[in-house]
Design a binder for this molecule. Structure first.
Ligand code: COA
Length: 260
């Protein structure tokens, strides 16, 4: 892996942990974090050893406190539009073919919440706080918030969060379906790694196709989605891992999937 300044990557067997590393700025998403994150995801995408990605923030206070507000001061509409139309970190996560878990260890605000929502699963500690506070800055969410939050928690709750900018706590986020699990701070990492390792043992091609099908569910109508699912399901039958999975079941042993 290349050396990065604003993020760190740690490989723990088949699980890579990407940590946003700007604790003095509560891990705010600067242009450098976006650029380095995109480059790191390109590396991790090609790394056959890595089967699952966990994204978290450094320190105990914050996952990501949103976009780096300092960078907004001089930004023009054209540069802002280019930034998000080009390869933003949100898009790189969204199209990442391996499962991505957001391990939310504190403030999860604005672009931080948008980044967490671009991931496949969100797990948080009880001190996590979630909001889309852009309205307090006279702007609105621009990293997928209006679309992903609405799909995840419904229009009424999403509207309230975006129109008030208020924070919700971990328990409320769990009740809304914004996070999958809330674990005590001292077991957050263990529980997250448990899930990551469990997923890492599954067949990589099936995981990627399954992700594609689930993501398509909120981007298509039912008929198109059902057709896409049948096609992707059929592709699984071309893999060695399907043969291995079925044989292992019939032979009453644990399958060993190779991603072929
Ligand atoms: N962009 C840039 N810097 C940020 C930031 C952001 N989104 N969020 C926090 N920081 C910086 C602060 O400016 C401060 O830097 P400094 O020590 O150089 O002054 C440092 O991180 C610590 O933050 P601070 O505000 O002192 O911590 P706090 O515990 O008092 O408050 C928050 C925490 C998260 C409530 C507060 O930092 C905040 O509201 N941040 C902005 C959140 C936001 O609006 N995000 C969406 C942007 S679109």
């Amino acid at each position: 892996m290349a050396n990065y300044e604003t993020i760190t990557i740690e490989k723990r067997g088949a699980v890579a942990v990407l940590t946003i590393n700007r604790p003095d700025k509560l891990n705010a998403l600067s242009s450098s974090v976006h650029a380095e994150g995109v480059a790191a995801l390109d590396e991790l995408r090609a790394d056959k050893e890595v089967r699952v990605l966990v994204i978290t923030g450094s320190g105990e206070k914050s996952f990501i406190a949103g976009a780096d507000i300092g960078e907004f001061a001089d930004r023009t509409p054209v540069t802002q539009r280019q930034k998000f139309y080009e390869r933003s970190l949100f898009n790189s996560i969204d199209s990442f073919p391996k499962p991505v878990i957001a391990m939310v260890n504190g403030f999860c605000l604005g672009g931080g919440n948008e980044l967490a929502m671009a991931c496949d699963v969100r797990i948080c500690s009880p001190n996590a706080k979630f909001s889309q506070p852009e309205i307090n800055l006279g702007i609105m969410p621009g990293g997928g918030g209006t679309q992903r939050l609405t799909r995840l928690i419904g229009e009424g709750r999403s509207m309230e969060m975006m129109l008030t900018g208020d924070m919700i706590d971990a328990e409320t986020a769990h009740k809304f379906g914004l996070v999958n699990h809330v674990y005590n701070a001292d077991e957050l990492e263990t529980k997250t790694m448990e899930m990551a390792n469990k997923i890492a043992e599954k067949a990589p091609i099936a995981l990627a196709l399954c992700k594609e099908a689930v993501k398509f569910a909120s981007r298509s109508n039912l008929d198109e989605g059902l057709r896409r699912e049948v096609d992707l399901f059929a592709i699984c039958f071309s893999t060695e891992d399907k043969t291995e999975g079925v044989s292992a079941f019939l032979e009453k042993r644990k399958p060993v999937f190779k991603g072929k």
